[in-house]
Ligand binder design. Structure first.
Ligand SMILES: Cc1cc2nc3c(=O)[nH]c(=O)nc-3n(C[C@H](O)[C@H](O)[C@H](O)COP(=O)(O)O)c2cc1C
Length: 209
């Protein structure tokens, strides 16, 4: 399977070259993330794709991850703080439209999801949304590897700073996890020549027949 080769090729890059990733490749990665599965299928996160150098310098303040500013693109996975009844109604209406159903055909789904989310605490919803964002992160890593674009997933950033600089709170969002994209600087990244470290499959996985 080509995917295994691509996953062996990828690693979390520490040092990027100055080469930019083409918009076409970025758009394919975005599309792959949008196609990710999400619980209840309601995609409770949004993606910010940032190239602006001044904004990226600000976002990198206080972080040990230079990749926040020193890479081609920065993706911010911003998870929902709450799931409102309005959001569910709009999403279900979109489902009806995309599946050529009559308006109201999916009322039962709407009537199940609405009380489910209104019964959650803000913390529960934020954690649940963030989990869905991480599924998108996984897709992004795979998509980037297939395009031979390098990537670094990162939790080492200041989420409050991101929320403030990107105005996420007023959009009912919070920064969940981030991903830099670009091309490895093979000569200056100490990780570039190191073998990948993984558990033996026999220790990692057990088949129960
Ligand atoms: C959710 C998540 C957060 C991570 N945060 C950082 C980070 O802040 N900085 C960093 O350099 N690498 C970060 N990494 C990269 C991991 O250290 C790396 O994926 C791991 O060591 C496995 O190596 P590989 O991805 O190169 O195969 C993160 C990875 C994940 C999945």
């Amino acid at each position: 399977m080509e995917l295994i080769k691509n996953l062996q090729w990828r690693y979390a890059v520490k040092k990027y070259s100055d080469e930019s990733v083409s918009e076409n490749k970025i758009d394919q990665i975005i599309e792959a993330i949008n196609l990710s599965a999400s619980s209840c299928g309601i995609q409770p996160y949004r993606l910010m794709v940032i190239t602006n150098p001044a904004i990226r310098q600000k976002l990198a303040e206080g972080s040990f991850n230079a990749q926040i500013h020193a890479s081609s693109h920065l993706l911010v996975f911003a998870a929902f703080n709450t799931i409102t009844s309005g959001y569910i109604a709009d999403y279900v209406a979109m489902m009806e439209e995309q599946r050529n159903l009559e308006s109201g055909a999916l009322n039962a789904l709407k009537d199940t999801l609405t009380p489910y989310f209104s019964g959650q605490t803000a913390q529960q919803t934020a954690i649940w949304s963030s989990k869905q964002a991480y599924i998108g992160l996984g897709t992004a890593l795979i998509a980037a590897a297939e395009l031979k674009v390098d990537a670094t997933p990162m939790e080492g950033f200041n989420p409050e700073l991101f929320d403030e600089v990107l105005g996420l709170s007023e959009k009912n969002l919070h920064a969940s996890v981030i991903l830099s994209l670009g091309y490895r600087d093979t000569d200056n990244d100490y990780l570039a020549s190191l073998p990948k470290v993984r558990l033996p499959i026999s220790e990692f996985s057990k088949k129960i027949d």
